[in-house]
Write a protein that binds this ligand. Structure first.
Ligand SMILES: *Cc1c(COP(=O)(O)O)cnc(C)c1O
Length: 408
């Protein structure tokens, strides 16, 4: 077990707050959305954290996710079910990015092979703390896998609904890790509607992204980690593959919290929300100057993790992107495939399609002058590339026949 989990530490959660209206809600009670139907954000007594936890104290700790314990919602360490949530590395990809200043934060190294582990380890710990016994969730694959793993470990029952064309490996890993998984003839928001209906009937607790308050707290650790890894100086730009946007919203929240703690200044990276051109509701709303994003009809892309036609946190994503001076960018599937191929062939790093989308978007942004070659840029690779279909490799060699050595 992580040394960061061997002792109970003081916790600093004061309340929850509606992300639209600011209305306050009690901590330590079960919540989904606010009365206004918007995500709830966890608030901390940051002045008290500032007194208790100097930056140097964090630096002295083991570098896993639980190093940030005082900025996380779980009250009792005993409720945490850990599978070893490590700090993920920043890997330079100078050749395929064309600049030595581009780093990939490789989230594929986390338990269950994706950064969904960050959100779900937190949400499941809170579900345990608050007495939940049955959870349902819609997923495009990776979230369901992380939920099934952590919930099974702690003995919570899970029902997981995914679109019927979800990557096969995801459906099977959910089932093998003890989730009751169903393939639905619809997209993730249509799966979500079924989950919401069952929750309204009291059948289970709804774990949809941003419909429970704690996944965002887990995802926020990406922002905390980045700061620590880069010597408390945030990068110039972040490219984030955006579906529900939990990670982007979470990092933006983390930056504000770190500034309040005196750990960083007021400089912020430009936040680039990257979507696939076959499903780009946030890009469309960004370009139209809208505060909310309409549902994207007939959504399609090989990057399953960002095939989210309608995001409940749309206004939070758009706000963060605009405040940061960033952009929402769409890239086509061919550019995604090209980026994955280049990065694998030239830098030896196997990205997932969503990670490939961030590299494709970086290339586009560089060509359009939105970022500079000298800028320090972080791209998020949110899952291991090993989970996704790869091009066939069909060459064979007959050990009994004469070998054409020069042709090998
Ligand atoms: C879930 C997921 C995303 C999108 O993350 P959000 O924070 O929900 O926007 C991107 N890539 C992969 C691989 C995912 O599993």
């Amino acid at each position: 077990m992580s040394p960061n989990l061997t002792t109970d530490r003081p916790t600093f959660v004061t309340h929850l707050e509606c992300s639209l209206t600011g209305e306050r809600y009690a901590a330590d009670e079960l919540h989904n959305l606010s009365a206004a139907g918007k995500p709830l954000l966890v608030r901390y007594d940051l002045a008290a954290v500032r007194g208790f936890l100097p930056r140097a104290m964090v630096e002295a700790r083991a570098t896993d996710l639980w190093r940030w314990r005082e900025l996380l919602p779980v009250r009792r360490t005993g409720n945490i079910v850990s599978l070893g949530e490590i700090e993920t590395p920043l890997v330079p990809i100078a050749k395929s990015a064309g600049s030595p200043n581009v780093l990939v934060k490789d989230e594929g190294r986390l338990p269950t092979g994706s950064f969904k582990a960050r959100g779900l380890v937190m949400a499941v710990a809170m579900a345990k703390e608050l007495g939940v016994t049955r959870i349902a969730m819609p997923t495009n694959g990776n979230a369901g896998a992380a939920l099934a793993a952590y919930a099974s470990r702690v003995g919570i029952e899970t029902i997981v609904l995914c679109p019927d064309d979800t990557p096969e490996v995801n459906v099977r890993e959910i089932a093998l890790q003890g989730g009751r998984v169903y393939r639905v003839n619809g997209l993730i928001d249509e799966c979500g509607a079924i989950v919401a209906k069952g929750a309204a009937e009291g059948r289970w607790f709804d774990f949809s992204t941003l419909k429970e308050p704690y996944r965002i707290e887990g995802k926020k650790t990406m922002g905390l980690e980045l700061a620590a890894q880069l010597g408390w100086k945030l990068p110039d730009a972040i490219f984030y593959p955006t579906g529900g946007g939990t990670g982007l919203i979470g990092m933006w929240k983390a930056f504000a919290e770190m500034e309040a703690l005196g750990w960083i200044g007021s400089d912020r990276p430009k936040m680039f929300a990257v979507q696939a051109s076959g499903c780009a509701p946030i890009v469309r709303a960004f370009e139209a100057g809208e505060e909310h994003a309409e549902r994207w009809e007939d959504a399609h892309t090989i990057a399953a993790g960002i095939r989210v036609p309608k995001a409940i946190g749309d206004f939070l994503i758009l706000r963060a992107v605009r405040e940061s001076g960033g952009r929402a960018l769409a890239v086509g599937d061919p550019a995604i495939v090209q980026a994955v191929t280049d990065c694998a062939r030239r830098d030896g790093l196997l990205l997932c399609p969503e990670g490939g989308a961030t590299l494709a978007a970086y290339r586009q942004a560089l060509a359009d002058g939105l970022v500079d070659e000298d800028d320090r840029v972080v791209l998020f690779n949110c899952a291991t590339g090993l989970k996704y279909p790869m091009p066939a490799a069909t060459a064979t060699l007959d050990k009994n026949a004469p070998i054409d050595w020069d042709a090998l």
